[in-house]
Write a protein of this length. Structure first.
Length: 365
């Protein structure tokens, strides 16, 4: 069975879908996850025993190529997506419809509710996103390849670092190099921040030259076969100061403590608390304001999210980041981020770029 059909079957079981109560998937990323479609316009109906893609004539041929096992309803310019949906519902005599509230604006929902006045609408409560949180073998293979490209990219960029380079130049070079290694592009705009600018957790690259500061933070991710990767490293571009060494060792210890907690059944809060306790004990509790990590895959931020306020537990097949940090205004920030697969007996750290501070020192030639 192909992975898309298998995912749809898992979804049927999870939601208890029937012939009269189908799921309407309007989130385009979820549509792609369930069918393989890569275009920009499609809704998917999944019933207890069939599926139907609603799209427009621009994608008629593409749908045959990408989704040969899925029935399609192709509309032309004379009808809207919602009108086509209403016609399909009348044809199949649906009694109710499970829908994705998270992907609809209030205006779109109000239109749907008005058009489908006789149909009971039931919130799916992120059912597809929950399904996506546990990666299958094909997804894990794609993520491994994305991480491989991401790391190869950084090895090249690191070897080419020069004092006169700006953050913005490095950001552009990261995307160019990723594409040379086979990525379709970046998973997100790289954060390249020298010195005090690294105190901004998601700093946008500027024209600051990296040689003017003693360290550099780079947060970067590739997109390969539609799947993301996400890593962060500190690179020392000057001397290792006692303060940098102290902060770095605290963050590294926090990351190590969090990774040690990762195994099936452990709560998301427990993993977050392990990293947070190290940083709090060192006196920097208020300088670590974000969650310890998050899931990723087709999107760079996906369920699960590891923080003090997130319920839930780890399940084998989840792929998450672990990325504690300490951010000090007017000095800078340190964050170390790696990608982790939850396994049946613990975890596997998928990324293996050096993490020791001395290994992150740059010798400008």
């Amino acid at each position: 069975m192909n992975p898309f059909a298998e995912r749809r079957n898992r979804l049927r079981t999870q939601l208890g879908l029937t012939k009269q109560t189908p799921l309407l998937v309007t989130n385009l990323i979820n549509v792609g996850y369930l069918t393989g479609f890569t275009g920009s316009s499609a809704w998917l109906i999944v019933t207890g025993d069939r599926e139907l893609l609603i799209s427009d004539s621009r994608y008629a041929t593409q749908l045959i190529d990408e989704c040969p096992d899925v029935e399609c309803e192709i509309r032309d310019a004379s009808s809207t997506q919602l009108e086509t949906l209403a016609r399909v519902i009348r044809t199949f005599k649906f009694n109710s419809l499970v829908y994705e509230s998270e992907s609809l604006t209030k205006s779109a929902f109000d239109q749907m509710k008005s058009t489908l006045a006789s149909i009971e609408l039931i919130d799916s409560k992120k059912a597809v996103e929950q399904l996506r949180s546990i990666k299958d073998e094909s997804e894990i293979a794609a993520i491994r390849q994305s991480i491989r490209v991401n790391q190869q990219t950084m090895q090249v960029i690191r070897a080419q670092l020069r004092p006169e380079q700006t953050e913005l130049e490095i950001s552009h070079q990261l995307e160019h190099q990723m594409r040379l290694f086979g990525a379709s592009g970046v998973a997100f705009t790289p954060s390249v921040a020298a010195g005090s600018r690294s105190a901004l957790p998601h700093a946008q690259a500027s024209n600051r030259q990296i040689g003017s500061e003693s360290f550099l933070l780079i947060d970067w991710g590739a997109k390969v076969n539609r799947y993301a990767s996400d890593l962060t490293r500190i690179f020392v571009t000057g001397k290792i100061s006692p303060k940098l060494r102290n902060i770095y060792q605290i963050v590294l210890a926090a990351q190590t403590a969090a990774i040690a907690q990762i195994r099936s059944g452990v709560s998301l809060k427990t993993v977050d608390a392990a990293a947070r306790a190290v940083i709090e004990t060192a006196g920097f509790a208020k300088k670590f304001g974000h969650g310890t990590g998050h899931g990723f895959g087709l999107e760079i931020h996906e369920t699960p999210f590891l923080s003090p306020i997130q319920d839930g537990s780890l399940v084998p097949g989840m792929v998450i980041t672990i990325e504690p940090g300490i951010y000090l205004p007017d000095w800078g920030g340190v964050r170390i981020e790696d990608d982790i697969l939850v396994t049946t007996d613990g975890c596997e750290v998928l990324s293996d770029l050096p993490r020791e501070l001395e290994q992150c020192q740059i010798d400008f030639v």
